[in-house]
Design a protein around this ligand. Structure first.
Ligand code: SAH
Length: 231
């Protein structure tokens, strides 16, 4: 049994050609990228590290981490976004190793193979997020860092992330997110602990619709990043 929802892969594949258009469907990923890069780099120190980006899509974060001097591998189960990621390397001149492989399968092939594992905006798209968390934990070295970002599950998150972002502001295509798959920080923390990770921090990512800017802070009600260390 492979931990993937084919409809989710199809959704991302259909939009793949728009991945690097900073004003199109993936605009929110472009907008949050500098913030999450600073956050990850500040904690993990990316230069010289081997980093795995799980669910890398078209490679926005993977390339950003390569710019900061990390040796990056990006994996995804959707073929088209990976092809776009590969093609974009011709434009950026960066080096990232892209592979179509499930994190669970790579964890069997290369356990403890990476200094840092990032898994951003993916857990809310998989059938069994705990299994993905376990695979990420297995893929990182002891004392290595793992970063997850996802959407919190509460009324405010539903109103802002689904109604606001998809229907009112149209920041994301309708149907991008399924509220039932959103994950509370306490639930993600429990998945981490069960996978042998200790949670070392949670930070919120908020969007201001007036300034149209994202920022990091203590408000984890909607979007958040959790980082954990392998014990
Ligand atoms: N992490 C990237 C892209 C997020 S979009 C970023 O934050 O910039 C979610 C990505 O997860 C898509 O590329 C989709 O194809 C991928 N995905 C969905 N289910 C997956 C699974 N089970 N395993 C690996 N990747 C998956």
């Amino acid at each position: 049994m492979i931990n993937v929802d084919p409809l989710e892969l199809e959704k991302f594949s259909q939009l793949a050609h728009r991945w690097w258009d900073p004003g199109a469907e993936f605009k929110p990923l472009h907008d949050i990228n500098p913030l999450r890069l600073d956050y990850i780099d500040g904690i993990a120190g990316l230069r010289g590290k081997s980093v795995l980006d799980v669910g890398c899509g078209g490679g926005i974060l993977a390339e950003g981490m390569a710019v900061r001097g990390a040796r990056v591998t990006g994996i995804d189960l959707a073929d088209k976004p990976l092809k776009v990621a590969q093609l974009h390397l011709l434009e950026s001149g960066l080096q990232v190793g892209y592979r179509l492989v499930a994190p669970e399968a790579l964890a069997r092939e290369a356990p403890g193979g990476f200094d840092v594992v990032t898994c951003m905006e993916l857990l809310e798209h998989v059938p069994d997020p705990a299994a993905t968390v376990q695979a990420c934990a297995d893929l990182v070295k002891p004392d290595g860092r793992v970063f997850f970002s996802t959407l919190n599950r509460n009324l405010k998150a539903y109103i802002l992330a689904v109604v606001g972002a998809e229907y009112v502001l149209k920041l994301l295509p309708r149907g991008t997110h399924d509220y039932a798959k959103f994950i509370k920080p306490s639930e993600l923390a429990a998945m981490c602990r069960a996978a042998g990770l200790s949670v070392t921090g949670i930070t919120g990512m908020t969007y201001n619709p007036f300034s149209r800017l994202y920022s990091l802070g203590t408000d984890a009600d909607v979007n958040y990043i959790l980082h954990a260390t392998k014990q």
